[in-house]
Design a binder for this molecule. Sequence first.
Ligand code: NAD
Length: 473
Amino acid sequence: MNKKIKNICCIGAGYVGGPTMAVIAHKCIEITVNVVDSNKARIDAWNDNDLRKLPIYEPGLDKIISKTRNKNLFFSTNVEMNISKADLIFISVNTPTKTKGLGAGKASDLKWVELCTRQVAKFATGHTIIVEKSTLPVRTAKVIQEILFKAQDESSNTHNSKTFDVLSNPEFLAEGSAVHDLLEPDRVLIGGEDLEPIKILSGIYEHWIPKEKILQTNLWSSELAKLVANAFLAQRISSINSISALCENTGADIYQVSKAIGLDTRIGEKFLKAGPGFGGSCFKKDILNLVYLSEYFGLPEVSRYWEEVIKINEWQRKRIYRLIVKNLFGTISGKKIGILGFSFKADTNDTRESSAIQISIDLLNEGANLIIYDPKVSKQQVEFALGLESNENNDSIKNPSLEQCAYTSNIYDVFKSSDCVVIMTEWKAFSEINWDKAARDMRHPAWVFDSRGVANKKQVIESGLNFWQIGIG
Ligand SMILES: NC(=O)c1ccc[n+]([C@@H]2O[C@H](COP(=O)([O-])OP(=O)(O)OC[C@H]3O[C@@H](n4cnc5c(N)ncnc54)[C@H](O)[C@@H]3O)[C@@H](O)[C@H]2O)c1
């Protein structure tokens, strides 16, 4: 078995594969790291000389890429060749919720994981450690092992014999703080059956992470722990969002309630910020996975318990949409609404499952005209997410008309003749808006709906605008 890893291949150059491999390359200068992806446009963007064109926006990522790219970090579409050279392969491909067939709407679609495992089985040479980086349902490692061990058996006694170890090493980074999370993780989790490959993978992380933060478990605990971590985080958001509605009805203030409960060390202060509902590619799909697994293993009460976290999330989005309509005299048909922020949270350009999508669609379907601004999300991304262009993954969404929806790269365009603006993302710029200037351009009586609690309340009200802020009675 290889004692020292010299060549890493990561399959999947997405929000996880890109930043994670950049940090590994940065910290392990003796290792060559090849990040491969079948999406050529994405690889071209990773290789673009203009670092502003990297496919993923993460604070600090451009600096690390500029230090490592084409030194010991390479981005390529040549999946087969880079698999064959690797001592260790990270599988970091997408694992979305299945849209059809058995388990549709809940179970993860493992199509991409299976496909790339078959590529690994075919093209790997010698001994290779395979690491699940993608978030996977419990016991997926078994599927990966079965495919690889078959190839291992078939290759034994040939001059091209190959052997494999399979590890689980889920990623806990959060978009928007990925570089920080990778450099200073709370813990690294490695699940496996044999000590030797675990030690080798641990050795990579030990370049910059203290050994006591590297946790070793069996394969199944590692796979399940990742799903559970996301489910617990999402549960906190749904919990505080449910209380935000109660605050609005009782005169309590969600910020005061959050602070008061967060100071209890048994509860803790993180993930207690009320908002328009959680988004991102992971929380919903990972909870749905847990729901499916619980059903599959005959635990309907467990399944219903976790499903409720998603239902509250959907309810929170509908609640915000309804209160916008109600406050605009019960009709928004033909009215102009400004949307401030489209990414699912600040400091990322990721719009997957963003609450802004569903709320915008509901407003468009009610007949409103939208003008959308986000500092990092492009016009094409907005149109794709709203189904304003043909999009086979988005067929659940009713297509609103293109004429109803405008995009601007100038924040103050959003206010011109608008009846209201809705703050959807907690970008710092939205706490610095000049509300006097904004109010002058709006059609009165005009509203500001702040679903993130970032607007300067005093300034908004003094400028003559009506104001709703999440969780304030
Ligand atoms: N995004 C996050 O914040 C986050 C955090 C932790 C874990 N995860 C998990 O990590 C995994 C990846 O997530 P992501 O957000 O990076 O996904 P992503 O969609 O951004 O990237 C996945 C990439 O894999 C590529 N790919 C798929 N199959 C391939 C193949 N056979 N060969 C080559 N390339 C292939 C796709 O083209 C895509 O670019 C998922 O399982 C996700 O649940 C995501």
